[in-house]
Design a protein around this ligand. Structure first.
Ligand code: GDD
Ligand code: MN
Length: 374
């Protein structure tokens, strides 16, 4: 039978769902030449082994096992590029997406009237009742609204993970997709230049069969960062914006700690000869150390989450390098501000210029020196 449809199923710890999924594909796609590609990120539960066991008995089933990688989107992209079928679909492997919709979607694509077909949880006739997660329904609503705003995509469910398109369309733009997080359909819609004629099918989004969801806080954070990147990333690079935001939060921490120290020890230092100065110097030192550590931790967690330093020694070394970078930044800041004041610039704009320059300095140096491969 001629191969007409490739179905990509990204998996992470879905061992118990595979056999049933292949049976349902077989039933839904009777008379259609298809292949299924499981793209597994080396799941600890042995999903890839299970997929290979199934594949030995059914050569329409294939497995890509990725080592040292994670991510639904990037797995979907690699799977889509791996099929020779002229049309390719992506769907979840946990039985939340009904395979019975595939023939209708395929007919839409093969008719030539549509460039993309997708199953929407929020189209008319769709339902999220069976899902049993009103919290996620609400969150998906918000994510969809944000996505529509920022990308101009006008679908009822651009966050859907169940869609189909001609493989050539995907291949032409695969190198421009971000591959980050869960937003693969949104990515395709926002990346492909030609306006796509989209066929929407209502989906009765089911409850997950076995196992649990992998959509965690990191995925949500990456989604928001991705939206920012699309929205303002051209003007202020995303990583610098994150670094700057963390820095601003660090400044607040600095003032908070300073106020606390002045409040706690101010009275005691008042007995000495230089009352205010002593409390101030202690306060500034403690505040700077706390704020810098806070900034280092937050940058390691968020700004450089993709290059996060782990383990006691790398973290301690990173902290020391960050501290060194920041102290040079302070010298820069004071130097620049002083020079500007000398040539007649007002104190506040001079200080602001110093801060901006020091941030750029800190960012440039730490991205290479602390989190880069130096
Ligand atoms: N290879 C690989 N790597 N697969 C993954 C990864 C990963 O890091 N993370 C998740 N998957 C697979 C899961 O094993 C599952 O087959 C599918 O991707 C969907 O993941 P779920 O963890 O079941 O996601 P969900 O049900 O919470 O999220 C649903 O809604 C999202 C939008 O709100 C899905 O339909 C998503 O596709 C959709 O984007
Ligand atoms: Mn799921």
């Amino acid at each position: 039978m001629t191969l007409r449809l490739g179905i990509v199923l990204p998996t992470y710890n879905e061992r118990g769902n595979l056999a049933g999924m292949v049976k349902r594909l077989d039933a839904a796609l009777a008379g259609i030449g298809w292949e299924a590609i499981f793209v597994d990120d080396n799941s600890p539960d042995g999903t890839a082994d299970e997929a290979r066991a199934i594949a030995r008995e059914d050569s329409r089933v294939r497995v890509i096992q990725r080592i040292g990688r994670r991510g639904l989107s990037s797995a979907a992209i690699e799977g889509m590029c791996a099929t020779s079928a002229p049309v390719v679909a992506v769907m979840d492997a946990d039985h939340q997406h009904d395979p019975a919709l595939l023939p209708g979607m395929l007919a839409a694509i093969e008719s030539g009237d549509y460039d993309l077909a997708y199953a929407s949880r929020f189209a008319e006739g769709a339902s999220t009742e069976q899902w049993g997660r009103p919290d996620r329904v609400k969150a998906s609503g918000i994510a969809n609204a944000l996505a529509r705003r920022v990308t101009g995509v006008e679908l009822s469910d651009p966050m859907s993970g169940y869609f189909m398109l001609p493989t050539a369309t995907l291949r032409a733009d695969a190198h421009r997709l971000s591959g980050v997080g869960f937003k693969i359909l949104l990515d395709i819609l926002a990346t492909v230049k030609a306006p796509l004629r989209v066929k929407e099918v209502p989906l009765d989004f089911a409850a997950r069969a076995e196992g649990e969801s992998k959509l965690d806080r990191t995925v949500v954070f990456e989604f928001l960062v991705g939206l920012y990147d699309k929205w303002l990333g051209r003007f202020i690079p995303t990583r610098f914006a994150l670094f700057g935001t963390v820095g601003a939060a660090g400044a607040l921490v600095h003032f908070g700690v300073l106020a606390m120290v002045l409040h706690l020890f101010g009275a005691r230092f008042a007995l000495s000869h230089y009352p205010k100065e002593a409390a101030f110097i202690v306060g500034q030192t403690v505040a700077a150390l706390v704020a810098m550590t806070f900034n280092f931790a937050l940058n390691n967690e968020l700004t450089y989450s993709d290059k996060r330093l782990r383990g006691l020694f790398p973290v301690l070394r990173g902290w020391a390098q960050f501290a060194l970078t920041c102290s040079l930044g302070i010298v820069t800041q004071i130097g620049v501000a002083t020079a500007l004041v000398r040539v007649g610039v007002h104190a506040y704009p001079a200080a602001a210029a110093g801060i901006v320059l020091a941030s750029v300095w800190n960012f440039a140096l730490s991205s290479k020196f602390v989190w880069g491969k130096y």
